[in-house]
Design a protein around this ligand. Structure first.
Ligand code: BGC
Length: 808
């Protein structure tokens, strides 16, 4: 184990030995299983103790009022909050008269393993009851990637001392009480009793509960079915009340004997389908899963993940900790997107209630770049979901007095749910981020169908928004005033470079797509004059530049704002929780990569010297109070030759939840940061870019990484990139065509399926020394945990009130 790492360094698993009850919430997030449709937090089988109990169905939400002390025109009036739905994970156990509860009796051994290839969470507990009866419990759970409505559990009890009477209660529980709300604005609103009982259905082997939300009018069904094995007689009976259902198993076992229960769990929800239709859907899903069997579900899960890893794995030489981190990250990115199927991809995936379960720009700017190159179908579905919310976005634009579509800054269903105007609605760049994801999808996959189905309309309506937001000055220059860029410590600024360049890209992409599909464009009312206006604005876009300092201005005037006293705030991070926004807004303090994101996405607008000076200038003012920052800073640092700094940032992105760097992983994982690990490695050290339909690489490795291999999908083919310190090998496979042209360090290269291509690699020399970060915000150096973070509660490898045991 390297210094400070919390879990043993295993390439394909996260193993927790012992059980630290103080860290339960974080481990529940890390061990969450999801297929993008169902999300189960890694709560203990018996439900208690817990950090936050959590079971989620993608887009199943309740509405709640958004009260304002001083209401104003255009403020959203209601919010949406993800619901903790009926919990079907519960299996409680009585050993003679004692409840199996890790807080009582003696927990002799406890281990949980998240297996990234099997797609399972397994648990082992060796426990002695207060009365001295010893049992061993092994459970394995999965949320199926192949059967979208299904989760499955195998629960095995081995009796060590006996005879013992075992009573297992497998349950469905709705309206579970949630822990009290925290003062952190990033934590979800707690909804009490959001579900109203509709119907209960009980049979010998299980039960189904139907509920609906009080206000949003969504209906859901949760059903369970069981199979039991034990020597001798087992009594099995099921009962159900409004908010719970229970199947109970009773048997008496001798030492050496085993009780095995397989629980199948199915969910369905709908805003339109009837109760009988939902009940039948769940029954059908359970019958299908029963037909497959638990072993069959395991085999299907493995096969699905084998295929995923074949195309998505990132292999690292020399750094087992980052290796583990990138695989965990990719696994959770897959879990967030795999079977979401035209639903939103929330910032926390389905791993916790943080941010109310909302979806932000994180989806299009962080998750979709990864999914587009590794799971393009999931990326297309996420964009189809955006398209499905287009009417709401058009209504929002009309409310704001704008043309086209204004997509929400945060939402579940499509309505704007940000009650905070300056960093919510004003962050109009989300519209261009969606447009960029549409364009990227087409460039990378070569698939035109999405453009016809949804992409063109998204591009056209977002382009219209920009035209109504921007203005030409007397000299023809095009400006956008009064918007918030990615840096949320600046607000309502003029000519934010990222927003301007992203809007220009949106306008050009809309023009090109409209010309590719003239008939369809006409149906959307696009005229030749409108296309010309898009191009004119895009070509005249303003990029504010400080000619004295010779750096770009994040927004007009930014470099002339008063400085921030970083020394004085060194113990006040994240600043948003300790200092007033008005002060942040008027000074040069940056929450997260903003101009740096512009430099990464739109690199061809910056020359090498400006890039180097910009990195130097903005590094010194960026505090990374958002986990979205480190990965982008990794890319821009690598681009200008600061490879060790880039390595630190890649490592930080990978450790965000493993080490709970932001102290809020318990509310759910930071999915954008996890996607950012891939971005940091593949775009940072691999130098992957795609511009104007051309794929390019500029590989270079820092000391400490001896090898980096990854695969990207390009037009249906898989291109393997294997980078060593002095050379890169490109291998083409799986495709319909036998050759692929791309750029390596600016030179055109062509690879065929017959023969890999080998190219030289060398490091770019930095033009400037490694920049300093604000005091107290230096990135964690690769392999060491700064003591300040440990003191702040971020890292605690030792056991708490539970027990710490060596790995088995
Ligand atoms: C960041 C946003 C991000 C949101 C959700 C905020 O802290 O500043 O950029 O979209 O978190 O992850």
């Amino acid at each position: 184990m390297s210094q400070g790492s919390i879990f043993p360094l295993e390439p394909w698993s996260i193993r927790e030995s012992g059980l630290n009850l103080d860290l339960l919430a974080r481990s529940e997030s890390l061990f969450a299983l999801s297929n993008g449709h169902i999300g189960l937090r890694g709560n203990l089988d018996e439900g208690e103790p817990h950090g936050i109990p959590g079971t989620y169905l993608n887009s199943f939400y309740e509405v709640r009022p958004l009260p304002y002390a001083e209401p104003a025109y255009g403020y959203p009036e209601s919010g949406q909050t993800v619901v903790n739905v009926t919990n079907g994970k519960l299996i409680r156990l009585l050993v003679d008269d004692a409840s199996f509860d890790v807080r009582f009796g003696r927990l002799l051994e406890h281990e949980r393993v998240l297996d990234l290839r099997a797609g399972t969470l397994t648990r082992y507990a060796d426990w002695e009851s207060p009365a001295g009866r010893r049992i061993r419990v092994r459970s394995t759970r999965l949320v199926s990637f192949t059967q979208r409505a299904i989760a499955a559990f195998e629960y095995v009890v081995d009796v060590v001392d006996g005879p013992v009477r075992l009573i297992a209660q497998s349950e469905l529980v709705a309206n579970e009480p949630s822990p009290p709300r925290s003062g952190d604005p990033r934590v979800a609103a707690v909804l009490e009793n959001p579900l109203v009982a509709l119907e209960q259905d009980v049979h010998d082997r299980g039960a189904t509960l139907l509920h609906r939300t009080r206000r949003s009018g969504l209906q859901m069904a949760a059903g369970m079915d069981h199979h039991v094995e034990a020597p001798g007689e087992v009594t099995m009976e099921s009962t159900a009340m409004e908010d719970w259902a229970r199947t109970t198993f009773v048997c008496t076992l001798e030492p050496g004997q085993r009780l095995r229960i397989v629980k199948l769990l199915a969910y369905g929800w709908s805003s339109v389908r009837s109760e009988p239709a939902l009940r039948d859907q769940v029954a059908a899903a359970l019958t299908g899963a029963r037909h497959t069997g638990f072993e069959g579900l395991l085999a299907e899960q493995r096969a699905y993940l084998d295929e995923f890893w074949d195309g998505a794995d990132v292999r690292l030489g020399g750094d087992p900790e980052l290796q583990q981190g990138v695989r965990l990250s990719l696994f959770h990115v897959l879990q967030a997107g795999a079977r979401a199927e035209r639903r939103s991809l929330p910032a926390k995936g389905l791993t916790g209630p943080g941010y109310d379960g909302h979806t932000f720009w994180d989806t299009e700017a962080y998750l979709l770049p990864v999914l587009t190159y590794t799971q393009p179908r999931a990326a297309a579905d996420a964009l189809r979901w955006r398209h499905a919310t287009l009417d709401l976005a058009k209504e929002r634009a009309a409310t704001l007095g704008l043309r086209g579509a204004a997509f929400p800054w945060r939402t579940i269903h499509g309505e704007e749910c940000s009650g905070y105007w300056p960093a919510g609605t004003a962050a109009f760049h989300i519209n261009a981020d969606i447009a960029a994801a549409v364009t990227r999808y087409r460039s990378v996959t070569g698939d035109e169908t999405l453009e016809v189905e949804a992409g063109l309309e998204l591009l056209v309506e977002t382009a219209r928004l920009w035209i109504s937001l921007g203005d030409h000055d007397v000299d023809g220059g095009w400006h956008i005033a009064g918007v918030t860029g990615p840096d949320e410590y600046s607000a309502l600024m003029n000519d934010n470079v990222f927003t301007n360049l992203a809007a220009a890209h949106n306008l050009r992409s809309a023009a090109e797509a409209a010309e590719r599909h003239p008939g369809l464009a006409r149906d959307f009312g696009v005229t030749v004059e409108e296309i010309a206006a898009w191009r004119e604005a895009a070509n005249a876009v303003n990029m504010p530049y400080d000619t004295d300092l010779r750096v770009h201005q994040q927004s007009a005037g930014f470099t002339r704002l008063p400085a921030w006293d970083f020394e004085a705030s060194r113990d006040q991070y994240p600043l948003l929780l300790h200092v007033p926004y008005f002060d942040l807004y008027r000074r040069q303090v940056i929450k997260q990569a903003d101009l740096m994101l512009a430099q990464y996405w739109f690199g061809h607008h910056f020359d090498d010297e400006d890039k180097a000076r910009n990195v130097d200038y903005y590094e010194r003012r960026t505090v990374r109070d958002s986990s979205l920052s480190a990965a982008i800073q990794a890319v821009t640092a690598a681009d200008v030759g600061h490879l060790e700094l880039a390595y630190d940032y890649a490592y930080e992105a990978a450790q965000i939840d493993l080490r709970d760097i932001d102290h809020n992983s318990g509310d759910g994982l930071h999915i954008a940061s996890l996607a950012g690990v891939w971005i940091a490695l593949v775009a940072g050290f691999g130098g992957l870019r795609q511009h104007d339909g051309l794929l390019s690489f500029a590989p270079q490795l820092p000391d400490g990484i001896s090898r980096l291999s990854f695969t990207v999908e390009w037009h249906g083919r898989r291109l393997g990139v294997d980078i060593k310190p002095d050379r890169a090998t490109y291998t083409l496979r799986d495709g319909p065509d036998s050759s692929l042209a791309f750029h390596h360090n600016g030179k055109e290269v062509s690879v065929t399926t017959e023969k890999p291509v080998v190219e030289q690699v060398s490091r770019r020399s930095p033009m400037l020394p490694r920049p300093q970060q604000p005091s107290g915000r230096e990135p964690m150096h690769r392999g060491e945990a700064p003591s300040s973070w440990i003191a702040a509660g971020g890292v605690a490898p030792a056991a708490g009130p539970g027990i710490g045991l060596p790995p088995r």
